[in-house]
Design a protein around this ligand. Structure first.
Ligand code: PEP
Ligand code: MN
Length: 349
């Protein structure tokens, strides 16, 4: 009996080695396709082709293999090819080290709520980098309360951001909401953002911690809108317990009884800057855009956050807030940001 298992395992081991070699061979060929696409100026992303491959394989899958298994395995293989092609096409060309630039104070992160088009993000990153801002924010995968609202441009949005950031030598801060987005966005994004709604997704926090620990890629963790300070700090611990100490905390307003009648989107949790500074050594940022929901309050609340000892600000900035697809009412114009930066003594160096 024992010998029989041994023999069969040998067969299985042989097959596993073959499978890995075949996947590697497949990746080499798809990389070559990527190079040719680049030469011809063709788009890397081809969802139709991906679906065609998966459908064909599901069709021919033998009886003992469920088609949903083929689907899952192949989506992963195709993802690997896509990431490899993308990294070749859009390498991160920022010459500076993000962790070094994050040591400067105050940290200013600015940009639109959502990436809306290639032109929009290129225009904004040019303006912001001229003003001395090093960190460009922009949502590609957007967590929207309504499924009918604009959901973001997804991977395409991230590519536009990478191109824009490369041209203006900026770093990208962008949110991911699940592990597939983490795989897709990892190399394109410089600072991985975990949004308020994901602060309690503990398996995602663990995975982000594990994946980012390899190079200590910074993670910006936003406070859950109903989370206590202890819950917030525990969420950060989920990440650094996996081996990545580079977590930035970001307060963004909390939901209180005030929202039944106040014009504020959330209640700005300014005093919690003091509390967090006492209870942890992590940098504490403040997001006045989501905290108030109103662009006219951003200047004062930002200054108050700095007085309370914030290490920096994350501010939604748009050159046409009235036309913004998301959160225009809480976005300031670049010239207002410039004024604000001067008031808080930001020099960009
Ligand atoms: C954001 O900063 O893009 C965002 C969605 O904010 P929050 O997660 O704080 O709601
Ligand atoms: Mn927003």
């Amino acid at each position: 009996m024992h010998d029989k298992i041994k023999a069969l395992r040998k067969e299985v081991d042989g097959l596993d080695s073959k499978i890995v070699r075949l996947i590697a061979e497949r990746c080499k060929i798809t990389d070559r396709i990527g190079h040719i696409k680049k030469q011809l100026g063709l788009a890397i992303l081809d969802t139709a082709r991906e679906n065609e491959i998966v459908t064909r394989l599901k069709h021919i899958s033998p009886e003992n293999i469920e088609s949903k298994f083929i689907d899952r395995v192949y989506r992963q293989i195709l993802l690997r090819s896509k990431i490899s092609q993308l990294m070749h096409e859009y390498p991160n060309t920022n010459r500076r080290n993000v962790k070094d630039v994050l040591k400067k104070r105050p940290i200013i992160i600015a940009g639109p709520c959502a990436v809306e088009s290639e032109e929009q993000i290129a225009r904004l990153s040019r303006q912001l980098s001229h003003m001395g801002v090093h960190f460009l924010r922009g949502g590609a995968f957007k967590p929207r309360s309504s499924p009918d609202s604009f959901q973001g441009l997804g991977l395409e949005g991230l590519i536009y951001m990478r191109k824009a950031a490369n041209l203006s030598n900026m770093f990208i801060v962008s949110e991911i909401m699940d592990s597939t987005q983490l795989d897709l966005g990892y190399d394109l994004i410089d600072i991985i953002q975990v949004g308020s709604r994901s602060m309690t997704s503990y398996s995602l926090l663990k995975e982000i911690g594990r994946v980012t620990a390899r190079e200590g890629k910074p993670v910006l963790l936003k406070r859950g809108m109903s989370a206590t300070i202890t819950e917030f700090l525990n969420a950060a611990k989920y990440i650094f317990d996996q081996g990545n100490p580079n977590v930035l905390l970001c307060l963004r307003g909390i939901r209180t009884f005030e929202q039944t009648e106040s014009q504020l989107r959330y209640t700005p949790d300014l005093a919690d800057i003091l509390e967090l500074k006492e209870r942890s050594n992590l940098p504490v940022l403040f997001d006045p855009s989501h905290a108030t929901g109103r662009s006219e309050h951003i200047m004062k609340i930002s200054k108050a956050a700095m007085v309370c000892g914030a290490d920096g600000l994350m501010i939604e900035t748009h050159d046409h807030p009235d036309k913004a697809l998301v959160d225009g009412q809480q976005s300031i114009m670049p010239n207002v940001l410039k004024e604000l930066m001067a008031e808080i003594g930001y020099t960009g160096d």
